[in-house]
Ligand binder design. Sequence first.
Ligand code: ATP
Length: 350
Amino acid sequence: MSEPLLSMEDVTVEFNSQDGRLDVLSNENPVRAVDGVSLDIEENDVVALIGESGCGKSTLGKTAIGAQRPTSGSVTYRGQDIWDARESRGEIQLPFEEIRRSLQIIHQDPGSALNPNQRVLTSLMLPLKRWQPELSYEERQERILTLLEHVGMSPAEDFVNRYPHQLSGGEQQRVVLVRSLLVNPDVVLADEAISALDVSLRVEMMDIMLELQSVFDTSYLFISHDLSNARYIAQQADGRIAVMYLGQIVEIGPVNEILKNPQHPYTKVLKWATPELYEDVETEVPIREIDVPDPTNPPSGCRFHTRCPRARAACRATQPESYDVGPNHESHCFRSDETHDYWESEPLHE
Ligand SMILES: Nc1ncnc2c1ncn2[C@@H]1O[C@H](COP(=O)(O)OP(=O)(O)OP(=O)(O)O)[C@@H](O)[C@H]1O
């Protein structure tokens, strides 16, 4: 099998809940924002990562692109450990500068990503100058104008002379997208990149991202708290959806498998909570109405057992491993194992 483009292996990220640093002398429990996650991203892949606020999506995304150091586990890009490259440890096959160029990020707020005192042209010239110094000024300008036209900012000659405050939110986000793609990255982390846009513009922005994917052969790790957006982008790209709960990926698979055949009770909750996706006639509410657990003191066993109406004693005692439940489809729930002791153990919430 060929090597994945980007690979996370048993990655854990802990923060001291006060200031983000892990303080070994503190009595306070750290927040385990990411807890033992393994995830591969292939060339031209789209992985939509969903889950409720605070479940660790951003931390996982930042760790994937080398912007957050894992507390344990490894993150490799084309087989090179990112942190070894970053800290010049061992034999380096790929310099960190090259890795940094290849892994780009687009944030939720394009306004803060753009320098307010720079015209669009200057903002876009800088990365090209840095990464492709062999291009002449005219060649760089030509490339920028073509891409801006490509994302619908036409006439591009007009837009390049504007400052960020002279652009709408949607236009700013397109400039940020163009800026990240100009350096020809392999993976773009889009962290809630469309959430701040008007609903009417979200699909348009996702379409632009997908179109540019075919031009640049880029993979996207697309973070969203909204299952319908995740569904849209993953479906158009024939990609996957990964469902995260309290620091862990609880289910991952091809978009249609996840939506038509969800296996983890938490995935069913997300689907149930998304009216346009919930066509089942089931009347039972698939979640117990209790607060989200404290991330500094997560539940034992399956993290979801306190909210899961199907939980049994086995779920409190042991953490479910990953079960293959379909083609490329994995779920971390004992209910996927017909012979598991779960079925004999006592229901917790009846
Ligand atoms: N720098 C930090 N210092 C301390 N705790 C942090 C830090 N970054 C994240 N956390 C904690 O880690 C957990 C996961 O946060 P993260 O931002 O990754 O989640 P998220 O799913 O992206 O949430 P949201 O959708 O609200 O951005 C949360 O409990 C958060 O408070």
